[in-house]
Design a protein around this ligand. Structure first.
Ligand code: ASP
Length: 261
């Protein structure tokens, strides 16, 4: 499908932290988070898009290893508060836990009918070979894409390198490659080459047109238990004795096998 971008689209960028928002301090050589109020100074190409772009940043920006339910709630709160003022949302996030945040947001934003696109980068935006500019610009274009009156994307996604992926099907697979994310159990939703090709049959379309219902409650009394050959039963016993534990997700072998001991 042709990517039809709404000329007057308004996009809100939410910068949570991570490598993408870093620039090198020319005096000290160290990497510092840049002020998103001056986004156009660092990415002048944004002017050529012709959209109304605003930004909000976490203060202080967070490495994504620090993100969890409280910071997901902050993002959801910003989206819910500005839901009617913007056509789409681009969330800039560190790559390490981006897939977890995308997954959480997809469940927290019930009845979402606008694009929420997460992206980041492997190299800071202020570096010569950065992947940050392309990721940011394409994520904005995707967030602005319309098909008649409705946004092409109406769900939480990750855009990275060339692919748009469903947020709750995506994993980070590389700390070195620009191509750092994969969607194993669902086809990619769009591929960005010379133009952006949308995989329409696999893109979610909200039919109910109900108002957005943000969710803010989480229960973190859960654990993941990854089995490995030779694992001590004591480790399992102790994990299961954790006070208030309500559920355990077991990563087992093959199609669900585990040692009988
Ligand atoms: N440590 C960073 C983070 O996840 C890495 C990155 O942004 O890619 O926040």
């Amino acid at each position: 499908m042709m990517n039809v971008c709404k000329d007057d689209a308004s996009i809100l960028i939410i910068y949570t932290g991570g490598t993408i928002g870093m620039i090198e301090n020319p005096e000290t050589g160290s990497l510092e988070a840049f002020n998103f109020e001056h986004l156009e100074e660092h990415v002048p190409e944004l002017k050529n898009l012709g959209y109304k772009i605003s930004s909000i940043q976490f203060d202080p920006p967070m490495d994504s290893s620090e993100m969890g339910p409280d910071s997901w709630m902050k993002v959801v709160h910003v989206i819910a508060e500005h839901y009617h003022d913007y056509d789409g949302f681009v969330v800039l996030h560190g790559t390490d836990t981006m897939a977890f945040t995308a997954s959480a947001l997809s469940f927290m934003l019930e009845n979402l009918s606008k694009p929420v696109i997460l992206t980041g980068s492997q190299l800071p935006i202020g570096m010569l070979r950065t992947d940050g500019k392309e990721n940011l610009i394409t994520a904005i274009e995707i967030a602005a894409a319309h098909d008649g009156d409705s946004p092409v994307i109406q769900e939480v996604c990750i855009f990275f390198e060339n692919d748009l992926m469903r947020g709750n099907r995506t994993s980070k697979t590389s700390a070195d490659n620009f191509n750092a994310f994969h969607s194993y159990n669902y086809p990619v939703l769009a591929h960005a080459g010379i133009s952006i090709h949308y995989n329409l049959p696999h893109i979610y379309r909200s039919k109910l047109k109900k108002p957005l219902k943000p969710h803010y409650t989480f229960d973190n009394n859960i654990a993941i238990l990854k089995l490995f050959p030779g694992m001590s039963p004591l480790v399992v016993e102790n994990l299961l004795k954790t006070p208030q534990l309500k559920g355990v997700v077991m990563e087992t072998f093959g199609s669900g096998n585990a040692p009988s001991s």
